[in-house]
Design a protein around this ligand. Structure first.
Ligand code: ADP
Ligand code: MG
Length: 297
């Protein structure tokens, strides 16, 4: 399951919440963060997660997929002859090539995600997972990221790169086993972007879009008559009462405009939309994510 969306919309939070939910239902789950972004592990009071599978809770693991490490692991798995591997790693040409080939880092990252999802793991110590959740790079980049295998498959027309890239592309576009969730915010631009992201994911990448999460929805605290009373207070009172009424009205206005964005989003996308509440907490930790986990649907 690939969690996509623009930066800052709550992808990491939702990826962790999904992980907690699946784990609590007994699925052996791993949450993968890619390309050294803001990481899921910060939400757990846990040590740094590196390029290895770390257990966070019962049934829940986490890994940070570093492209250089993925490349190394890939080469090690490919080349059975030790002397040849050593030669390759020492060779500057190999390092230059790896750094200069656009998309190669993304390709090996997706290769690692594929490897994690195999029941017959290539990595000897690897566990079998029921669910692999990917905290994808931000939109735009995210679509390009998922298209990398197809690009490589079309550039390399024959040979192992071609067939492996094709395997990865089939893996991503396999609607039976692979899906995406888009995370959006209840504001005009983020809603527009999510609508076009869904179209790009479906039409350009060919991946299934299973759910759109509208994250950070404010509660509707006041009825119409109550809001009118607040307006009167804000006009006629002074001091603290006036300030409080204004603050309440401002939040009320925001909650209402968010509802408009919610209905725009529902009209604009074909996947089911699910809302997640804004959590009024100074910092979201794993307990906060657990609250969201209960509301994922
Ligand atoms: N439902 C929510 N309520 C309140 N704060 C949230 C919520 N979801 C995310 N946040 C906060 O918003 C910020 C961005 O979330 P994050 O999951 O890191 O987004 P992304 O991974 O898309 O960049 C973080 O500080 C996070 O704690
Ligand atoms: Mg993130």
């Amino acid at each position: 399951m690939i969690v996509t969306g623009k930066g800052g919309v709550g992808k990491t939070t939702v990826a962790v919440a999904l992980g907690l939910r699946a784990a609590s239902e007994g699925k052996r789950t791993i949450v993968c963060e890619v390309a050294a972004q803001e990481n899921a592990s910060r939400m757990f009071a846990h040590t740094e997660v590196g390029f290895h599978e770390v257990e966070m809770e019962e049934n829940l693991w986490s890994i940070s997929i570093d492209p250089d490490e993925s490349m190394r692991e890939y080469v090690l798995l490919q080349l059975k002859v030790r002397a040849m591997r050593d030669m390759l790693f020492r060779s500057r040409i190999f390092n230059y090539l790896a750094a200069a080939t656009p998309g190669l880092k993304e390709l090996v990252t997706i290769g690692k995600i594929w490897e994690l999802a195999q029941l017959d793991r290539k990595v000897k110590s690897g566990r079998k997972y029921d669910l692999v959740i990917v905290d994808a790079p931000a939109t735009g980049h995210g679509v390009g990221f998922l298209q990398t295998p197809r690009t490589f498959a079309s550039i390399a027309r024959v040979g192992p790169i071609h067939s492996q890239a094709q395997t990865l592309d089939r893996f991503i576009t396999d609607h039976e086993h692979t899906g995406t969730a888009i995370v959006a915010l209840p504001e005009e631009m983020p809603v527009n972007e999510s609508v076009s992201l869904e179209r790009d994911l479906r039409e350009e990448v060919g991946v299934a879009v299973d759910r759109v999460y509208l994250n950070g929805l404010y509660p509707e605290r006041f009825k119409k008559e109550e809001a009118e009373k607040l307006s009167a207070l804000a006009e006629n009172e002074n001091g603290a009462a006036r300030a409080a009424a204004r603050a309440a009205l401002s939040e009320h206005g925001r909650a209402r405009s968010q509802r408009q964005q919610l209905s725009r989003l529902k009209k604009g996308v074909s996947a089911p939309v699910k809302t997640l509440p804004f959590l009024f907490e100074p910092e979201l930790d794993v307990e906060a994510a657990r609250k969201l986990a209960g509301k994922l649907g």
